[in-house]
Ligand binder design. Structure first.
Ligand code: C5P
Length: 402
């Protein structure tokens, strides 16, 4: 998010709903992501939260009135609108939406919206009866016709005490919408299936065989693909991460469940990225009762799990799609192992992942990978955040699609 928004000029327009208080945190997050945020408030919005709060959080002057420009300066509504890279209206009240739909320009916010040429995101927030009213629905449809992106509010308990649709989304959802607005939509129309996390192979009701995968790399890939416009199916092994908003997530536990879930969704996929650390073996028998301690040495018989990626690779021999990307998590012989897996599993790309260091591989927030293609081309990436790493892997996928 930081690299996406660094230096981006965001005009953040706020109209008068109780949800204004939530956007204070959004402005803070955008500033932390190094965006240059200029806040514009309607008169009603500044009744809910003082403009002082937003001035302190954005580190910039907050604009509220139409005629605040000093003599000799460009007109505020023209200069603010012409300088921004992204225009966000949050919360957008029924009144502001109605004004925008009808091209009214009787305050700074609506005038700026009319003068704006940048991408415009509208986050409606209001009482559910107001949101569901035919007038508001028609006005929102109009805004979409103008090319504005309208982000549907969420359902839940509203500040007015009622339950229903109309809540301003939480920051995680807003962040993804803003990141998507700042990303090239080069995966639009593609369905990307991503696997992530470990698998757990049950020994008895209390124990399992697992591995140290945190799921971070796979979740970053899913998030990044979504931001780039893809429809994303995330098949996730057990981990503590929250699935990215807008991603269809299937939770599984064992390798066999992951196998079934991947095959159930495989036909829809244009691209499959297997970032999961699938257990190669499982206990031959899963005990129905917890095994009691005997104090004696014991042996555990293991049987091989299906190799999901190999199966997809052999199916692909007859077809062009989906594009297959595998991971090779290695602590030694990285390149040789990567080459072998690329060939054996009939992959388009393999991401060779060093798991020997503490800042790369399992659990870390950063990763150091090399990407090997079928022609033998090797791209060694520097140590990157897992989000950036996901972006670079998808850049290679997009290049192959073209
Ligand atoms: O052969 P190896 O397990 O090292 O290959 C790693 C790649 O294969 C990863 O992309 C992993 O998700 C996938 N894999 C799989 N099914 C398995 C084991 C690994 O799809 N049973």
């Amino acid at each position: 998010m930081r690299s996406l928004l660094a230096g981006k000029k965001i005009l953040f327009a706020i109209s008068g709903s109780i949800a204004v208080y939530k956007t204070a945190a959004w402005v803070r997050e955008l500033v932390l992501a190094e965006a240059e945020v200029t806040v514009v408030m309607t008169e009603a919005a500044s009744r809910f939260v003082s403009s002082l709060t937003f001035a302190a959080l954005s580190g910039r002057r907050v604009y509220t009135g139409m005629f605040e420009h000093d003599a000799g300066e460009a007109m505020t509504h023209i200069s603010l609108a012409s300088e921004c890279d992204l225009f966000i209206i949050a919360p957008a009240t029924a009144q502001t939406i109605a004004k925008l739909a009808n091209g009214l320009a009787d305050d700074l916010l609506s005038t700026l919206a009319l003068a704006n040429r940048a991408k415009l995101l509208v986050f409606p927030a209001m009482n559910s009866a107001m949101y569901c009213h035919a007038a508001t629905r028609a006005n929102l449809a109009r805004l979409q016709e103008y090319g504005y992106t309208v982000i549907a509010p969420e359902e839940g308990k509203l500040a007015c005490g009622e339950e229903g649709v109309g809540r301003l989304p939480d920051w995680e959802t807003a962040r993804e919408e803003i990141a998507a607005a700042c990303s090239v939509q080069d995966l639009q129309g593609q369905t990307v299936l991503v696997t992530a996390g470990p698998t757990w192979e049950a020994l008895d009701p209390a124990r399992h065989l697992g591995n140290r995968s945190s799921g971070k790399m796979g979740y970053s890939l899913a998030r990044s693909a979504r931001r780039r416009g893809a429809d994303v199916i995330l098949v996730s092994g057990p981990c503590s991460l929250t699935p990215p908003p807008g991603v269809e997530t299937v939770h599984v536990t064992s390798a066999r469940q992951m196998h079934d879930a991947v095959l159930a969704h495989y036909d829809r996929a244009d691209i499959v990225v297997m970032a999961a650390a699938v257990a190669d073996y499982r206990p031959k028998k899963t005990m129905a009762e917890k095994v009691k301690k005997s104090g004696r040495a014991t042996t555990l018989e293991l049987v091989a799990n299906p190799d999901i990626l190999k199966k997809l690779g052999s199916r692909k021999k007859q077809a062009k799609r989906p594009l297959l990307v595998g991971f090779a998590a290695e602590s030694s012989d990285h390149l040789a192992e990567g080459e072998r897996k690329l060939l054996q599993k009939n992959l388009d790309l393999i991401v060779i992942n060093d798991i020997a260091g503490s800042d790369t591989g399992f659990e870390a927030d950063t990763n150091q990978v090399s990407i090997l293609d079928k022609e033998g081309g090797l791209e060694k990436l520097p140590l990157l955040s897992k989000d950036e790493c996901g972006t670079r892997i998808l850049d290679r996928v997009v290049a192959l699609l073209q």
